[in-house]
Design a protein around this ligand. Structure first.
Ligand code: CMC
Length: 431
């Protein structure tokens, strides 16, 4: 038995088998049990994938115990401080930071793809004005595949790249159009003279009848929030994109599936849920009541924006966002009532045995909604903003999956607990 293997013994049969232990650049070793069934005739059972690595990946690394997040090896704190979202997109997709020429070329390509086909714009009319914008996003992004038959050869590297450029460039245009539809205003075309985040804000808030100037502080804050949300290794929506893409579905369909997975309140929908929760709390004096509810096993209420499957320490993204929220909205009592409630809520929760014992800390979504709100973004658009930012992560992970020599369709097995084999009974013979 080597140090680089693990041995599994099936005590029921007495049979043992050795499995290789794979070593990554960082993080715990991974037992390669892909031949477990072949060797021992058993499957593994891991609902929620708490101990299961689904792929090899060179994109993003998280150390949940230490609160570390790296994109292509670069710490999130350095990227947040010194980089920008478009540069992070380049880094994630191509694996290295761009030089000046590469950056300028990338910027030009992204601008080139920022408009959507005019007939795609008419899709919005089919949605009721009060449709949730995430519902529209799922439909419109999935529909992109209907427009690009020319470049959907998924094994073709150039086609993969064009699809990635199209998705990243068009997401702000598609997302802002969701908002415009909901308020009955005309959709605004992208302006290629503006930066990525500023362009999005312009498409959200400008109207043909009036002047509008993007607030540079808001554009910078949004760029930073996009950077912090850009990728997060094998989370639920990314795993959905990989799984959908593993059937060789086109990347637009796969990303649309990812948007659906992101929507849930346990995942990207938490930023919306946090604001609704803070509004429901309403006043710092009610916090204790809500903390008690979060701890009560008979109550389904959870402290939204708290806890994370991987981080058992402060989410490094939340630390950066909390700082930004305080800078943008001030810390003095009364400056922003929701910020005040959230700061107090965090303070109380972090001193509470229930949260300490379970290592529940604020996550990325705890403060992001407060900043979005301060920018005038409506609550039901928060998860849409997350989906814009995460598109680069989804498409980069899809790209890595499609080009993985070990790729095969994702097809988990199960522990069957249904009825034992039985014979069909004709309807007249049933009691
Ligand atoms: N409030 C109260 N209790 C909680 C919370 C919370 N927010 N999160 C976890 N717990 C408790 C949970 O009840 C369980 O207690 P016990 O061991 O007594 O049964 C324990 O902590 C472990 O929780 P879990 O549900 O087994 O942990 P998980 O890894 O399956 O869930 C999570 C992770 C993020 C879904 C969960 O913490 C949660 O629902 N948080 C609130 C929603 C949220 O903020 N989601 C955003 C996640 S970060 C952004 C993203 O991924 O998109």
């Amino acid at each position: 038995m080597g140090n680089d293997t693990v041995t599994v013994t099936n005590n029921a049969t007495g049979k043992s088998a050795e499995f290789p232990l794979l070593k990554g650049t960082h993080g715990p070793d991974v037992a390669d049990i892909s031949t477990l069934y072949q060797k021992l005739g058993i499957f593994t059972y891991d609902p929620g994938f708490k101990s299961t690595g689904s792929c090899k990946s060179a994109i993003t690394f998280i150390d949940g115990e230490e609160g570390i997040l790296l994109y292509r090896g670069y710490p999130i704190e350095q990227l947040a401080e010194q980089s920008s979202y478009p540069e992070v997109c380049y880094l994630l997709y191509y694996g290295e930071l761009p030089n000046k020429k590469q950056y300028a070329d990338f910027d030009k390509i992204m601008n080139h793809h920022s408009m959507v086909n005019e007939s795609l714009r008419t899709f919005y009319q089919g949605f009721h004005h009060n449709a949730h914008p995430m519902a529209i996003m799922v439909g419109v992004v999935g529909a992109l595949s209907a427009f690009y038959h020319d470049s959907l050869e998924i094994g073709d590297l150039r086609h993969q790249e064009i699809s990635a450029h199209r998705l990243i460039a068009k997401m702000p245009t598609i997302a802002a159009a969701c908002y415009k539809h909901s308020v009955g205003q005309p959709m605004v075309y992208p302006n290629n003279k503006m930066g990525y985040a500023a362009n999005f804000l312009n498409m959200m808030f400008s109207v043909p009848a009036d002047d509008y100037e993007v607030n540079p502080v808001h554009a910078r804050a949004l760029d930073l929030l996009f950077t912090l949300h850009a990728d997060h290794e094998q989370n639920a929506s990314t795993s959905t994109v990989r799984l959908a893409g593993s059937s060789e579905a086109n990347p637009f369909a796969a990303v649309s599936a990812g948007i659906g997975a992101l929507w849930g309140p346990a995942h990207g929908g938490a930023n919306e849920a946090v604001i609704r929760m803070l509004e429901e709390i309403g006043d710092a004096k009610n916090i204790d009541k809500f903390i008690a509810r979060a701890k009560d096993k008979n109550d389904t209420f959870r402290l939204m924006g708290f806890g994370h499957r991987v981080y058992k320490n402060y989410d490094p993204r939340a630390r950066i966002i909390a700082k930004m929220a305080k800078e943008m909205l001030g810390t003095t009592s009364g400056t922003d009532p929701l910020l005040e409630i959230s700061l107090k809520l965090e303070e109380i929760a972090l001193k509470d045995e229930y949260f300490i014992g379970r290592k529940l800390y604020p996550n990325v979504d705890f403060y992001s909604g407060i900043i979005y709100k301060a920018m005038g973004i409506p609550t039901n658009m928060f998860t849409v903003l997350f989906s814009i930012a995460r598109t680069i992560g989804w498409i980069t992970q899809w790209h890595e999956m499609i080009n993985d020599p070990q790729r095969s369709i994702g097809r988990p097995r199960q522990l069957y607990t249904g009825a034992a084999k039985r014979d069909y009974v004709p309807i007249n013979a049933r009691g």
